[in-house]
Design a protein around this ligand. Structure first.
Ligand code: CO
Length: 165
């Protein structure tokens, strides 16, 4: 699958709920895409799929021994605060510090088989970053100076287009 890059409009669309028949094949393809691109998380809209699905790498927590698949995820509890330097496969060219909740509780899964996941630290940050993607929100929106971040990125994209590296 190909990674959609900012300013692709699909990254700003709210994703729709996913049905069971889509999940197996999709999550496999998304996992491969995430690994190939050395990401630690990947959400549906990033591969052109406006669906509420996201993959999280086990590199985000010592408590994970394989990747997580989030299906129609919903954050139901938050507490604490933490700050990480974030980047994004779809927002190529900048990174920046983002404050998020340090501890979260997430409900995920198809109707009738929903389960609860508790997460902290980097895993909590990555889950919040990916759920943001499902709502059309990109990490620079959450930086202290979003306008500055977006302007920097826009000027870099423009320079690249003009062939000035
Ligand atoms: Co991202």
């Amino acid at each position: 699958m190909k990674i959609k890059l900012y300013p692709d409009s699909i990254l700003r669309k709210r994703a729709g709920n996913i049905k069971d028949k889509d999940i197996q094949k999709l999550s496999k393809a998304m996992l491969t895409t995430m690994i190939t691109n050395r990401g630690i998380g990947l959400a549906g809209p990033q591969v052109g799929l406006s669906k509420n699905i996201a993959i999280i790498s086990p590199q985000t927590s010592q408590e994970l021994n394989s990747h997580l698949v989030l299906i129609n995820p919903e954050i139901i509890e938050v507490s604490g605060e933490s700050e990480y330097e974030e980047g994004c496969l779809s927002v190529y060219g900048i990174s920046g510090k983002v404050k998020r909740n340090s501890d979260i509780v997430v409900e995920t899964g198809l109707p009738g088989e929903r389960k609860i996941i508790k997460a902290e630290g980097l895993l909590a940050t990555v889950i919040q970053h990916e759920i943001d993607h499902l709502n059309g929100i990109l990490f620079p929106d959450r930086m202290v100076f979003p306008k500055r971040a977006w302007n920097l990125l826009k000027s870099r994209i423009k320079r690249k287009k003009d062939g000035k590296a």
